[in-house]
Design a protein around this ligand. Structure first.
Ligand code: THU
Length: 135
């Protein structure tokens, strides 16, 4: 699976965003090492704090199905219409990635479109992270 295809799936996931409060729509597509993809969107809540980010929705769907080995995640975010800027995972989502992914090889692809995207490793966006290896 190439980056373009994964971004396309993240854009598809974004269509399901439940965002009556912020109106900011995020989609994620998480690729496992066995080439399976789990899609996620952000799901907001009237009480605000129970809100779940798109990235964590994708991770929790995958982990709850028994997946433990992850390769990459594509993320797209923005208000209604096509994304106009890069949306990076929040700190909480980075920490969840740290729990299940190798920081040196797990790739975060943040995209505006299938053609315009940036790719970073987890270590690049979460330097000196604390994870299972530290315990
Ligand atoms: N959001 C995500 O889904 N992922 C992120 O990494 C950043 C923020 C969502 C949460 C909330 O529904 C909206 O974007 C605005 O913060």
């Amino acid at each position: 699976m190439d980056n373009k295809e994964l971004i396309r799936m993240a854009l598809e996931a974004r269509e399901q965003a439940y965002v009556p409060y912020s109106k900011y729509m995020v989609g994620a597509a998480l690729l496992t090492k066995e080439s399976k993809v789990y899609k996620g969107c952000n799901i907001e809540n009237a009480a605000y704090t129970p809100t779940n980010c798109a990235e964590r929705t994708a991770f929790f769907k995958a982990v709850s199905e028994g997946e433990r080995n992850f390769e990459a995640i594509a993320v797209v975010g923005g208000y209604k219409g096509a994304p106009v800027d890069y949306a990076y995972p929040c700190g909480v989502c980075r920490q969840v990635m740290m729990e299940f992914c190798n920081p040196k090889s797990f790739r975060i692809i943040t995209a505006i479109s299938e053609e315009e995207y940036l790719e970073k490793t987890l270590e690049e966006i979460l330097p000196h992270g604390f994870g299972p290896e530290n315990l």
